[in-house]
Write a protein that binds this ligand. Structure first.
Ligand code: FES
Length: 138
């Protein structure tokens, strides 16, 4: 199965409040998307320590503090900033805003894209945090 990069329309900008995060599942990706005011940043929604939900963390500057044990993650690089001995990091994803909609660039399996877009959207519809607001591919 090959993969293709695609920009996926996630949600309207107003659905992610300023300095907060929201989680969304897109295919096999579990994302945490944050509104920093002048930009949106997206990372894997899984803390490298013990898998805490980063979307529920407290945003501080361009970092988020994991709600479980307070590891601090840089949202631009995915690195842990308050555990210098720790080399783990989380995946980051490119974002952009287009016509008031947040888009994230993802690698998607071609089989999901070829089968039909509805197959892809079916997995997206499991999202509980953004209430099915994923809008499709751009
Ligand atoms: S799970 Fe995030 S700091 Fe422990």
């Amino acid at each position: 199965m090959s993969e293709t990069k695609a920009w996926v329309r996630i949600t309207a900008v107003e659905n992610i409040p300023l300095r907060e995060g929201r989680s969304v599942e897109v295919g096999c990706h579990d994302l945490a998307i944050f509104n920093l005011g002048n930009r949106f940043l997206a990372v894997e929604n899984r803390c490298p320590h013990r898998g805490g939900p980063l979307a529920d963390g407290i945003v501080s500057g361009s970092t988020v503090v994991c709600p479980l044990h307070a590891w601090k993650i840089d949202l631009m690089t995915g690195s842990v900033t308050n555990r210098p001995e720790n080399l783990q990091c989380v995946r980051t994803f490119q974002t952009r805003v287009e016509d008031g909609v947040v888009l994230v660039e993802l690698r998607l399996a071609n089989s999901a894209m070829e089968g039909s877009q509805s197959a892809c959207l079916a997995s997206i519809s499991k999202d509980s945090s953004l209430n099915h607001s994923v809008l499709g591919e751009a």
